[in-house]
Design a protein around this ligand. Structure first.
Ligand SMILES: NC(=O)c1ccc[n+]([C@@H]2O[C@H](COP(=O)([O-])OP(=O)(O)OC[C@H]3O[C@@H](n4cnc5c(N)ncnc54)[C@H](OP(=O)(O)O)[C@@H]3O)[C@@H](O)[C@H]2O)c1
Length: 343
């Protein structure tokens, strides 16, 4: 390995408000010689995830704030290219949480999963079968206790978590309503994605009335990716024993703590026995393999769709990430760093 270098993106400064490319810096460093008990993997695909935004500002959220100069988090599909580790062989494919980087050097600890099922494209393993899809699966099934015939309202419905939650709801026999920004996203949800109704929150003059109209009998499960303002708006529409799945807070991530809206409409927690619960998907890690096998089968059978938007080259990572907060993505954004190995 001597003489070879590798690149990674690090946090250049703490982010205030919406993130911009200047908040990140691309660093190049020599690849170290591989020690015993480690392997080296070449990253093929890397993801950009809105949830990391909460670690990019000073002050801790549910995860500790990053340090300036620390590598940016994300998920990877990678190929083992050198190994001095007994459990990893050259040529094996893994998904891992290595971040925005060209190479991963690992002792095998942390989140690493071997990819053995090649029936689906590799990007699925950090998309619909990775953290976003698993968040949808465990959010809907374990936290949301979703049932056939119920009404599911999904926010940020054209993102990878939301779209997967919607598909899983449809496959279960639910009535699925999505909220998304813009006419194109809503047309996509109604057309290709097969949602029963879609609400463009950016065009709606009265969003509460629009949700009422799309969910005339109320909402059994709110799968929320957006944040407090939306939860507060939908709470009075929750049906008896309704469940609110707090998946993400993308509308609140760029706000200072004192700017984040509060939740006021708390009465339905009593009158309608509404339950609200958040999740951290890794709590369900022991059940990942079973969920992934079930979802991979659904993909192969055509009952679970997904969308991937692929960017080319490590240079594109900040731009791909920052666009998430401008509502640019349809489905999962991945950045390709190397071609797929031949199967
Ligand atoms: N709990 C967990 O373990 C877990 C795991 C993974 C992800 N998550 C969370 O799940 C949520 C969805 O993740 P994802 O990967 O599928 O990303 P995503 O929903 O695609 O996030 C980007 C989208 O968010 C929407 N958005 C951006 N700014 C917004 C704003 N100010 N108000 C309303 N919507 C806004 C935009 O869609 P529109 O154009 O429709 O506005 C944008 O395209 C995120 O909040 C993420 O943090 C949670």
């Amino acid at each position: 390995l001597t003489g070879r270098t590798t690149r990674r993106w690090v946090l250049a400064r703490y982010v205030e408000g919406a993130p911009g490319p200047e908040d990140f810096r691309l660093e190049e460093a020599p690849l170290p010689d591989l020690e015993d008990g480690r392997f080296l993997a070449r990253v093929i695909l890397a993801s950009v995830d809105p949830g990391i935004r909460s670690r990019l500002s000073a002050g801790d959220s549910y995860a500790a704030a990053m340090k300036i100069g620390e590598g940016v988090d994300g998920f990877n599909v990678a190929e083992v290219i050198e190994s001095r580790h007994p459990n990893y062989a050259v040529g094996e494919l893994i998904c891992a949480g290595g971040g925005w980087r060209e190479h991963i050097v690992s002792d095998g600890r942390g989140y690493i999963q071997k990819i053995t099922d090649r029936r689906v494209e590799l990007g699925c393993w950090i998309g619909v079968l990775g953290v976003p899809g698993l968040t949808a699966w465990f959010g809907l099934n374990r936290v949301g206790q979703a049932k056939p015939g119920e009404t599911l309202l999904v926010t940020s419905a054209a993102g990878p978590v939301g779209a997967t939650a919607g598909h899983l709801g449809k496959a279960l026999g639910m009535r699925v309503v999505g909220v998304a920004g813009g006419e194109a996203k809503c047309a996509w949800l109604l057309g290709e994605e097969g949602f029963d109704a879609a609400i463009d929150y950016k065009a709606s003059h009265d969003l509460t009335a629009a949700i009422h109209a799309a969910c005339p009998d109320g909402v059994d499960v709110l799968f929320d990716n957006v944040g407090n303002e939306m939860i507060d708006r939908v709470l009075p529409m929750m049906r008896m024993r309704g469940r609110i799945v707090v998946s993400g807070q993308v509308a609140d991530y760029n706000l200072r703590p004192d700017q984040i809206p509060g939740i006021h409409n708390t009465k339905p927690f009593i009158t309608h026995r509404v339950r609200m619960e958040g999740l951290v998907v890794f709590d369900d890690i022991r059940n990942f393999a079973a969920a992934q096998a079930a979802m991979a089968d659904m993909i192969v059978l055509g009952s679970l769709k997904y969308a991937i938007e692929e960017f080319q080259g490590i240079e594109q990572m900040p731009e791909a990430f920052c666009g998430l907060f401008r509502g640019e993505n349809f489905g999962r954004r991945l950045v390709r760093l190397a071609p797929d190995p031949v199967a």
